[in-house]
Ligand binder design. Structure first.
Ligand SMILES: [Zn+2]
Length: 337
């Protein structure tokens, strides 16, 4: 953690909470400066990353600011720091500090900044709690009510809490989105894609996904006190154990760079099928660890396991069976393969 990130974190309003996708939300301090009424619904959101990045978004007046380590402190970021009560002379000192890092440190200059383009979600997409409010208040059309009901039953059948992620829903019929549970893909607080999982019985494609090459799902939600990061294949696997997902069974160069960039022990939990074996090969090549949890034969992946055993047990069984050397990984995969 750097000085700028740290100063901002310790200066945030006291009454704040953390959302499952990694936002720290609090009453936005910016709106009154931008011609809007004061926010009372915690619509200010701050996101920090292990690499020192800080992004602020106001979902009330639309004010945005961000700081990326190795770059100058922008005017907007300085404004935001003023809004949360950081004294002017401290801001000035931090701005000089940011400039020093920009000029002096070759380490940051060499680092490639991976970015993803912002994307818009399907028409009329809202977070699940917005739909739930209407569902409870009976404020939906009969068709919408049936869909939300089906979606909730689907989550329940998989043993996934509606509040485990910023799940969303849209009644849009393009790509049968209205039959899908939407999982937005965040990158530093911005939506850069999504996947929609069919929640109704259907012979249509299970996942409709809009993803950019190199993207790693759930990076924003990583808990920086953990010494490890769990790498899984599917988005539900990542959500259930607060890991990341490579959204497939093969890791590309950008994904490898992003995951290595977290600077923590990487533990791969492959699906128990043939492509999962390829993932084990990649993991050993990268010097990553692999877990061989002893789950029932009917369990195919992490989210199946969570459904059967619960989150805590699954996390423990992953950590207890993690192997770090190539020799042991090869031995274990022969035993269980
Ligand atoms: Zn605002």
């Amino acid at each position: 953690m750097n000085l700028i990130q740290n100063t901002i974190l310790t200066s945030l309003p006291a009454n704040r909470k953390k959302t499952p996708s990694g936002w720290i939300s609090f009453n936005a301090p910016c709106c009154v400066y931008n011609g809007e009424t004061a926010d009372k619904k915690k619509r200010g959101g701050l996101m920090t990353s292990a690499d020192g990045t800080v992004s602020y978004h106001c979902f009330n007046c639309g004010f945005k600011a961000s700081y990326v380590i190795g770059r100058k402190l922008t005017y907007k970021m300085r404004q935001f720091m003023g809004y949360i009560g950081i004294p002017e002379d401290t801001i000035r000192k931090l701005a000089i500090e940011a400039m020093r890092e920009e000029e002096g440190d070759v380490k940051y200059e060499k680092k490639k900044f991976v970015t993803f383009k912002n994307k818009t979600l399907p028409k009329d997409t809202h977070k699940l709690d917005v739909w739930l409010e209407k569902y409870v208040a009976n404020d939906l059309t009969e068709q919408q009510w049936k869909k939300i009901d089906g979606l909730l039953k689907y989550l329940e059948s998989r043993g996934i809490g509606a509040d485990w992620y910023d799940f969303m829903y849209s009644p849009d019929k393009v790509w049968d989105v209205n039959q899908r549970l939407l999982i937005p893909f965040y990158w530093r607080g911005e939506v850069v894609g999504f996947t929609g999982r069919m929640f109704e019985q259907s012979d249509k494609v299970k996942y409709y996904t809009d993803v950019q090459p190199g993207y790693v799902f759930n990076m924003d939600a990583q808990d920086w006190t953990r010494k490890f990061v769990i790498v899984t294949e599917g988005p539900f696997d990542a959500i259930t154990v607060s890991g990341v997902s490579i959204l497939g069974s093969e890791i590309n160069d950008t994904q490898r760079e992003l995951i290595d960039g977290l600077g923590r022990q990487v533990i791969v939990v492959p699906d128990r099928d043939a492509p999962g074996q390829k993932l084990v090969d990649q993991a050993t090549e990268f010097g990553w660890s692999v877990a061989f949890p002893e789950w029932d034969k009917t369990v195919g992946d992490v989210s199946d396991a969570v459904q059967k055993y619960g989150r805590l047990f699954v996390l423990q069984s992953i950590l207890k069976t993690t192997e770090t050397t190539k020799l042991k990984i090869d031995l274990k995969r022969k035993m269980y393969g």
